[in-house]
Design a binder for this molecule. Structure first.
Ligand code: HEM
Ligand SMILES: [Ca+2]
Length: 798
């Protein structure tokens, strides 16, 4: 339910004489007139006060507009709001305050267990372009393609791109932890990715030639590289592997597809406004290095989560790989010399290696002063205006099982058995059940690994428990295909494959929204953002105006909360094993009962809490090269990745979710405040990843408020912007299930999947709430028990 706060009612009465158009239209017009005038009163965003103010209000938002969280309203200039809130109220001139109420219509979102401040949001008019760029346009003098200045900049851009290309193929046959051995050219032709880089470098050159006035821009109508996909079968019953044509409204055919740019919650904070990473503080000093931050702030201590187990961590990583893979400028070039003592003389210009100080508490003793870091590739601009670098996801952004099935037709074809609708697998009596097929490509696993698997995602061997989830999903596909075949012997291999895929993706989506997300963001946020699954009925939430693409903030910061949940050891049946010893080496899956035993462990061992504690398996021993006794630091890489994407500082996102920014380091607590003060020059500099993991988790959730908002908002778009979402009905979804089928899929639980695919179901026990630790209400149940749900495939019988 949505209603106006009392403050808002006053506004409407006062201005009602002037409003003979819908209020949201006036709001929009004023926004565009005063695009850069800051607009709202920050204090009023604080949820506590809002709920007090709104307690007696009952009027709804004006016709057509809807009360939503600010983060869910792409129609307002969020940056203007953040800028405004970053000023103390006494510095806001009365003229600005007068404008506030005209185009900031506050409302209260009431949930069963409390209220949230919302904004009356006009109907979506999303064009796929960022609202702040529209504001910028008027300030640019657009250069003609033959303009001399532009031609000079183009030459520079071309020349510099060549330098990137030259260094991109420096031979390196070592393993690639990033899973980059497939290369960024998978989905987008490599040439197109270089074009993206050339656009950005040209724009930087233009910036330099014009002395950084930033007043000129250009558009290339001729080379409008990404625009629309050809959707030959717009109403196909099955989604495409690359995610294209999910949206068939004009302009939307590429949204969320593999190779499509990531979105932004807020505009990037590039030092030059174009593509130079964020390196300077608001005070003008340099930011602390990513490694210094990680080594000072993040310790390796055991802080087990009270309620959730390692399977929750593991499912999170699997899910992350479904929607995001940063393509790198080069997956081969080395940024540091082999001994890590300095930058490699042949390093690619795409390197943004992380400096390590000689006194580093771990890397110092190994003489390491340089940590490898390659910048993310940038996407060719979809509107050809090349305003700033936009990174891309090389996998389909939708939750569509891409780690199981792959993201291109060719890849998917190669993973199929072409018989009975099944996926290729290894099936030998020794293994007790199926395993994924063997991967032979160099660099997929450590050289000493005796077994290495091929799945739909190049990162699947990263961690032994990730392989377990991949195996589970592969077995489920083949089990469903077999069940369908038995009931429909006349179906072709193709039909069996696609139908099984449709069911498995439905099950996956159901587990995500039913079991996983409410634990991560908590029930309140799940309700607030409408993330709960429907029960036995269709959801009607599809909107072709909602772009499901992942945002940089979400993939480089918020959803990397999972890195803090990684345990230092797996407590396996035959004894503990250090997590990093299982990286890129799944050889133990050969052992007959290993898969079942691992699922036993994953359910019973607590995951780690989200906090400033990170296992040294990820901060010291990630990607250990042969002959070395150290690796790289994932926490530092996350911070550096945030700067590579020029994600804005934490305080800006706090303001966006309705909080005053942190104005003093003391607000982080005495000890943490002291550490932060010794590193950052100003509280406005704190990186989003750092601020996010330091937040106290919301009660009943795994993450703190800022990450919960960013994650909830993203998952609401994954659902609303996916035409093929499993519970969407016939009105929008050409691949919808019948209601009885939908009900059958909604019986699926993680526990049911584990049981259905166990090596030996008679010897396997599951926890009904498979992501939670055992407790009084979550006792182990035998897989043979009738209490464990089973997918009823009878509903799929022709
Ligand atoms: C031991 C377990 C894990 C390891 C070794 C690992 C390793 C990595 C690595 C190497 C990257 C690429 C970093 C970069 O270059 O920017 C990455 C990215 C990422 N990780 Fe993890 N990760 C683990 C677990 C998790 C978990 C549990 C989650 C979430 C719940 C997660 C979420 C992500 C996300 C969202 C990305 C960004 C993906 C992209 O766009 O490239 N990871 N991880
Ligand atoms: Ca996907």
């Amino acid at each position: 339910m949505c209603r106006l706060s009392s403050n808002e009612q006053r506004t409407e009465t006062a201005s009602s004489g002037k409003l003979n158009q819908p209020a949201w239209l006036v709001v929009l017009k004023l926004v565009s007139l005063l695009a850069l005038v800051p607009i709202i009163d920050g204090s009023s965003l604080t949820p506590k006060r809002a709920s007090h103010e709104g307690a007696n209000a009952s009027e709804p938002c004006a016709a057509e507009s809807k009360c939503v969280r600010l983060l869910q309203c792409p129609e307002v200039d969020r940056m203007a709001i953040v800028r405004y809130l970053s000023r103390p109220s006494y510095l806001r001139p009365p003229s600005e305050r007068r404008w506030e109420n005209f185009y900031w219509r506050r409302c209260t979102l009431e949930e069963d267990d409390g209220q949230f401040e919302g904004i009356c949001c006009p109907p979506p008019n999303h064009t796929g372009r960022e609202p702040w760029n529209t504001a910028d346009e008027g300030h640019f003098q657009l250069l003609h393609e033959n303009d001399e200045v532009l031609l000079r900049a183009e030459l520079f851009g071309q020349w510099e791109t060549e330098k990137f290309r030259e260094k991109a193929n420096a031979v390196d046959d070592e393993v690639n932890f990033h899973g980059g051995f497939h290369g960024p050219g998978d989905v987008l032709p490599a040439e197109l990715v270089w074009e993206g880089l050339r656009d950005v470098l040209t724009r930087q050159a233009l910036h330099r030639i014009t002395n950084g006035t930033g007043k000129v821009g250009f558009r290339r109508q001729k080379r409008c590289l990404l625009g629309e996909a050809r959707c030959e079968k717009p109403h196909s019953r099955y989604r495409r592997f690359d995610g294209r044509c999910n949206n068939i409204a004009p302009g939307g055919s590429l949204w969320g597809s593999a190779g499509y740019p990531m979105g932004r919650v807020l505009p990037p904070a590039y030092d030059d406004g174009i593509w130079s990473p964020r390196t300077v503080s608001v005070t003008g000093r340099y930011l602390p290095t990513a490694r210094k931050l990680s080594s000072t702030l993040f310790a390796d201590l055991h802080q087990p989560h009270e309620h959730y187990n390692v399977l929750l961590m593991q499912f999170g990583q699997f899910l992350a790989h479904d929607f995001s893979r940063n393509s790198l400028i080069s997956s081969k070039s080395k940024c540091c010399t082999p001994d890590g003592s300095r930058r490699h003389p042949e390093a690619s210009p795409g390197c943004m290696s992380i400096p390590v100080s000689s006194g580093d508490d771990f890397y110092g003793q190994h003489g390491v002063r340089c940590m490898h870091f390659m910048r993310s590739a940038v996407a060719p601009m979809d509107d050809c205006s090349a305003p700033h670098g936009r990174q891309l996801s090389a996998v389909s952004h939708f939750i569509d099982g891409s780690p199981i099935y792959g993201v291109t037709k060719e890849q998917a074809h190669g993973l199929r058995a072409h018989e009975g609708g099944r996926l290729k697998s290894l099936n030998h009596r020794r293994y007790h059940n199926e395993l994924p097929p063997i991967e032979k490509a160099d660099g997929a696993c450590e050289k000493w690994a005796e077994l290495c698997f091929r799945t739909g995602d190049g990162r699947s061997n990263q961690l032994i428990s990730l392989v377990a989830v991949h195996t589970l999903m592969l077995r489920e596909h083949n089990r469903v295909a077999k069940g369908l075949h038995r009931r429909n012997p006349h179906w072709s291999d193709g039909t069996l494959y696609q139908e099984a895929r449709r069911i498995v993706v439905g099950q996956l989506q159901h587990i995500v929204y039913n079991e996983y997300l409410p634990k991560v963001v908590g029930q309140r946020y799940a309700t607030l953002y409408g993330l709960h699954p429907t029960r036995g009925e269709y959801s009607d939430a599809y909107s072709d105006r909602v772009d499901p693409s992942v945002t940089s903030e979400f993939t480089v910061a918020a959803f990397r909360f999972g890195h803090s949940t990684v345990p230092s050891k797996f407590e396996l049946k035959d004894g503990p094993v250090e997590t990093w010893h299982t990286f890129l080496d799944p050889t133990r899956f050969r052992e007959r009962t290993f898969y079942d035993d691992l699922f036993h462990t994953l359910q019973r061992q607590p995951m780690e809490s989200v906090d400033e504690l990170f296992s040294s398996s990820v901060t010291r021993f990630l990607d250990v090269k042969a002959g070395k006794s150290y690796g790289v630091d994932l926490s530092a890489i996350n911070i550096q990745r945030g700067r590579d994407h020029a994600v804005r500082p934490y305080n800006d996102y706090l303001r966006l979710v309705g909080k005053a920014g942190v104005s003093s380091f003391d607000d982080y607590g005495e000890e943490m405040g002291r550490k932060l003060r010794s590193l950052y020059a100003h509280p406005d500099d704190v990186d989003l990843y750092v601020g996010g993991v330091l937040e106290t988790p919301i009660e009943g959730a795994v993450v703190g408020e800022t990450f919960a908002e960013l994650i909830s908002e993203q998952f609401s778009r994954f659902r609303k912007g996916d035409r093929y979402f499993y519970s969407h009905g016939p009105e929008s979804n050409p691949g919808h299930f019948t209601l009885p089928q939908l009900k059958a899929i909604q019986q699926t639980t993680m526990a049911a999947l584990i049981c259905a695919n166990a090596g030996d179901a008679h010897d396997m026990y599951v926890l009904p709430d498979a992501f939670a630790l055992p407790h009084e209400g979550n006792r182990p149940v035998s897989c043979t028990s009738p209490d464990v749900p089973r997918l009823d495939l009878e509903w799929w019988k022709d």
